[in-house]
Write a protein that binds this ligand. Structure first.
Ligand code: BG6
Length: 483
């Protein structure tokens, strides 16, 4: 890999500390960084290079998945430099340019520059415009831009933001992070059925009754009320992570695909995603907010009592929906998605429920057989499970029994590490491209308007529960349960 410079905007922030410095270090330890590289951290707080390097070291000691090794560690740290930065101030960009160029000369680096924007959304367009006008983003090598979510707060703002980015970067130079696409199991989805003929044979629309995608969290709004109370679960989780999971699940590629084919296929799935219309809004979508409750034996407050949340907030902390993908393969097979904060457990998973076969074995299962399930656990644990029915000799009845496959790999690379590595290599397969982002906002937009106009009641659920009863009813009307 050729040498390069990583320019990190927001280097004093939480993401840099918890995820980005550790990701760079783990890539370095695994020889996935170029032999020579430069990292330039930018933030408002004035630091010297020494203080910045100490901060990086502290972050690695606290958050790196691989242990700090003596060998090469000082050399790794010595690649870091810092520049105090005010995003609206032209002189900040001049200083940045000087620093980047000086380091490129010192280290004999080609002008390959990766700009990582881990900053407040309001600063993204200011920074990109300034990068272009100041000349920082004009290089004789390659340039790439990584942007964090949220990518806009509705369709219009996402389009406006994209136009701004495009003044300084081409689409193939923009890497929009959706960290769910960095989760190893999600990255596996594309090839899982190719390498497992058994799973491939299950991936058959005549066998699948429904698909369920769950992203449940136990945490509440934490300290993010100013952002979250405006975003809600619909923007925070559904528009990006859940719709990306829907696209990745529905892919069904017959052979190893080129990144471009994957993108086209994902786009086609988004285009085939049936819009939730006025008539189906009440029946196909549930929005809810948590009440006080108990999680792991600890009392937790209602959303409206959380610090910074207005007492009258009508924001959603939970969304469930019934979706249909109108293409040949998925015709008539519902996708149920749900996500919420302050639920009973932390789990992201995809479950395929299979159709029942009429049997002549009613004696063995008077209440009905449990369905066969294929369960892909994405995080925090990763596994593939199959639920089948086995006869219990003592009761002479068929009971569900689950077999689970895990890789037994501890210490797996984290999402940010995989994604950063892909960006260093120029592989954008697991980043959200503009068309996907735009189509997901187009799909979400009418829902935002309906929420705004209070056309959908806001249900409630007890913190620590599995969610609102309305979400159970959503599946009950189709004679299914959530898994
Ligand atoms: C983030 C959301 O994008 O994803 C958070 O902003 C959420 O609200 C987080 O908690 C969940 O990510 P993960 O990887 O813990 O499932």
């Amino acid at each position: 890999m050729e040498g390069m410079t990583v320019v990190l905007f927001g280097a004093t922030g939480d993401l840099a500390k918890r995820k980005l410095f550790p990701a760079l270090y783990n890539l370095y330890v695994e020889n996935k960084m170029p032999e020579v590289f430069s990292v330039i951290g930018l933030g408002r707080t004035p630091y010297t290079d020494d203080v910045f390097q100490t901060k990086v070291e502290q972050s690695l000691r606290a958050f790196s998945r691989s242990k700090i090794q003596d060998e090469g560690f000082q050399q790794f740290l010595s690649s870091f430099r810092y520049s105090t930065f005010d995003a609206t101030e032209p002189t900040s960009y001049e200083q940045l340019n000087d620093l980047i160029e000086r380091r490129e000369r010192e280290l004999n680096l080609p002008e390959n520059r990766l700009f990582y924007l881990s900053v407040a959304p309001s600063l993204i367009d200011v920074i990109t415009s300034n990068l272009a006008t100041s000349g920082v983003s004009q290089t004789s090598g390659w340039k790439r831009l990584i942007v964090e979510k949220p990518f806009g707060s509705d369709l219009a703002s996402a389009r406006a933001l994209n136009e701004k980015l495009r003044t300084a970067f081409n689409e193939d130079e923009i890497y929009r992070i959706d960290h769910y696409l960095g989760k190893p199991m999600v990255q596996n989805l594309e090839t899982l059925i190719l390498v497992n003929p058994v799973l491939d044979s299950l991936f058959n629309h005549q066998l699948i009754a429904n698909v369920q995608i769950t992203a449940s969290e136990t945490v509440g709004v934490e300290t993010r009320a100013p952002y979250y109370d405006k975003a809600g679960a619909i923007r925070d989780m559904v528009q990006n992570h859940l719709l990306q999971l829907v696209m990745m699940t529905a892919l069904h590629l017959p052979k190893k695909a080129h990144p471009e084919e994957i993108r086209t296929k994902k786009m086609e799935i988004m285009q085939a995603l049936r819009p939730i219309q006025e008539e189906t809004l009440q029946t196909d979508l549930i929005r809810a907010q948590y009440n006080e409750g108990e999680i792991f034996g600890i009392d937790v407050p209602a959303y409206r009592e959380e610090p910074g949340v207005p007492h009258s907030s009508m924001n959603d902390t939970y969304i469930a929906a019934r979706l249909f993908i109108d293409n040949e393969f998925w015709e008539g097979i519902p996708f149920y998605i749900r996500t919420g904060k302050r639920l009973d457990k932390k789990s992201t998973r995809i479950v395929f429920e299979f159709k029942e076969r009429p049997t002549q074995l009613e004696d063995y299962h008077p209440e009905g057989l449990a369905p066969n399930l294929l369960i892909l656990e994405i995080s925090p644990n990763e596994s593939i499970s199959l639920q089948v029915n086995m006869k219990d000799p003592s009761s002479n009845r068929f009971e569900p029994s689950t077999i689970t496959f895990t890789t037994n790999l501890n210490n797996q690379p984290e999402a940010y590490e995989l994604l950063l590595h892909d960006a260093l290599l120029g592989n954008a397969t697991f980043f959200a491209n503009w068309k996907e982002v735009e189509l997901s906002w187009e799909w979400i937009q009418p829902l935002l308007v309906a929420f705004e106009e209070n056309r959908l009641p806001l249900a409630t659920y007890t913190a620590g529960s599995t969610g609102p009863k309305e979400a159970r009813q959503l599946l009950a009307t189709d004679h299914f349960n959530w898994w």
